[in-house]
Design a protein around this ligand. Structure first.
Ligand SMILES: Nc1nc2c(ncn2[C@@H]2O[C@H](COP(=O)(O)OP(=O)(O)OP(=O)(O)O)[C@@H](O)[C@H]2O)c(=O)[nH]1
Ligand SMILES: [Mg+2]
Length: 457
């Protein structure tokens, strides 16, 4: 039986990104690609829709969603857009709004809105869970920088852990632009990361800087909007969330969509555990819509570029240093980090007949820490169905240390502010204490250091 995933959309960013994610999943599920047997396509469609949508008594689809923002505007926009433009809708009464946001203050979201909204939030979550015959877990979407998504989001993740202890909590979270729009974004990010490291099963970091780079360099968009960033992020998330089969140990003779408990499969195959829960997502190709019909790709070409993105720590296949090699590269072009695990997802014609030796070094033992058994390091998931309009695509979900420099910068900036007690009172006035700041720093720092040690393991 297919296990359901409930998407919890928090704050402006989580609400908007979640809306786009449902759109992307629904759109992809509804396509009828040529060259695929009709029964396989039907199976793909029903597996996808059963995971993320409930079928109503009128045979319509409702997103498995709980939407929480303390301001109404963005939630209303999402509800209206689903009514007007989509073939699916949100469940009635599965949204929670108040009159006032959290003013970009994690402390307000966590300490004030959290306890006030706890009963209602739990009610909404239980109601959605009761609709599922079998639950895989929760996808909690939010940004690290604001107040509601980050603060109330941390509170919700804690609630989920306490109330649904056997469910996966996957936390794709948007990392703010480095240049930053919000003075206190680094405080908020440290508190939310610390909470996610304690209570979530895994966090996928979606960096606004990377999303913007893809929009400008690969999709050739001139004036980039938040909705452009969300399209890229949703495309990437859906590329791992949509049905596929793990063919790591066989040659593809079993059910084409073996991963029927997708969140569990992601967490298990990423080898997430207490100090290692940071996941990075890369996807190829990203192309301007008008170029898609004129582009052809080979599996070996896509995998070669993906491998180079991995070892050069790039999130786009342009401007990489091709001198960086796993072995025998130029001096100074050493691969800078190690992975705990990688999931490679292939979608498109011939994907199920690809095998390990075509993975182009992504499974090379030099990329991995030595303490994890070889069989747990790299998984190959595939499906012979094109994804959205791409005839072939490759995604890579890595549990690796490639994000720690960026996180370290966030921690150092937050620490500098803390040392001079900048904006400190805005947090303490809602009940946080100096010790809470220190504990959050220590938690995030410990995780960064654990990943750093991988490089020498
Ligand atoms: N990718 C992406 N980033 C967004 C979006 N909306 C906001 N952000 C980013 O999220 C951060 C601000 O968080 P918001 O989600 O707006 O804040 P909030 O959770 O609503 O919290 P409050 O408004 O303080 O109550 C900034 O880093 C923005 O760049 C979005 O739709 N997509
Ligand atoms: Mg807001």
């Amino acid at each position: 039986m297919t296990a359901s995933s409930i998407v919890v959309q928090l704050g402006q960013c989580g609400t908007q990104l979640g809306h786009q994610l449902f759109e992307t999943i629904y759109e992809d599920a509804s396509l009828c690609p040529t060259g695929l047997p009709a029964f396989e396509n039907e199976d793909y469609k029903s597996t996808s829709l059963e995971t993320y949508f409930t079928e109503t008594s009128k045979a319509q689809r409702e997103a498995k969603s709980v939407m929480i923002d303390m301001e109404q505007k963005v939630v209303n926009q999402a509800l209206q857009s689903a009514t007007k433009d989509s073939n699916w809708s949100y469940p009635k009464g599965s949204q929670l709004c108040r009159k006032l946001g959290s003013g970009n203050n994690w402390s307000y979201g966590f300490q004030v809105h959290g306890p006030r909204c706890e009963t209602t939030m739990l009610d909404l979550l239980h109601k959605e869970v009761e609709k599922c015959d079998r639950l895989s877990g929760f996808v909690v979407l939010m940004s690290l920088a604001g107040g509601t998504g980050s603060g109330l989001g941390s509170y919700v993740i804690q609630l989920l852990k306490d109330n649904f202890p056997n469910s996966v909590i996957l936390n794709p979270t948007v990392v703010p632009f480095k240049a930053g729009e919000v003075a206190v974004q680094n405080y908020n990010a440290v508190f939310s990361l610390s909470s996610a490291f304690s209570d979530a099963s895994g966090s996928i970091l979606l960096k606004n800087d990377h999303l913007q780079n893809i929009c400008s360099k690969s999709l050739l968009i001139d004036k980039i909007s938040l909705s452009d960033l969300n399209e890229v992020a949703s495309h990437q998330l859906a590329s791992i969330f949509q049905p596929s089969a793990d063919i790591s140990n066989q040659t593809g003779t079993t059910s084409p969509y073996g991963n029927r408990d997708i969140l569990f499969s992601i967490i298990k195959s990423s080898s997430c555990h207490s100090q290692y829960k940071l996941l990075n997502l890369r996807c190829l190709p990203h192309l301007a819509k008008k170029s898609v019909p004129f582009s052809t790709f080979t599996w070996s070409g896509l995998l070669r570029n993906m491998k180079q993105m991995l070892i050069t720590n790039f999130f786009i296949d342009e401007g990489m240093n091709w001198q960086t090699r796993l072995h025998g590269g130029l001096p100074g072009s050493r691969v800078p980090f190690k992975s705990i695990s990688n999931i490679v997802v292939l979608r498109g014609d011939g994907a199920r007949t690809q095998s390990w030796n075509q993975l182009q070094d992504i499974s090379d033992s030099r990329l991995y820490t030595s303490w994890l058994p070889e069989t747990d390091r790299c998984r190959l998931w595939s499906v012979n169905r094109s994804f959205k309009s791409y005839e072939k695509s490759v995604s890579l979900l890595s549990n690796d240390s490639s994000s720690i420099e960026g996180l370290d910068l966030i921690v150092r900036k937050a620490w500098d502010m803390f040392s001079s007690k900048a904006y400190f009172h805005q947090y303490t006035k809602y009940g946080l204490e100096e010790e809470d700041f220190l504990n959050a720093y220590i938690k995030v720092d410990n995780v960064i250091n654990s990943y750093r040690k991988l490089a020498v393991s």
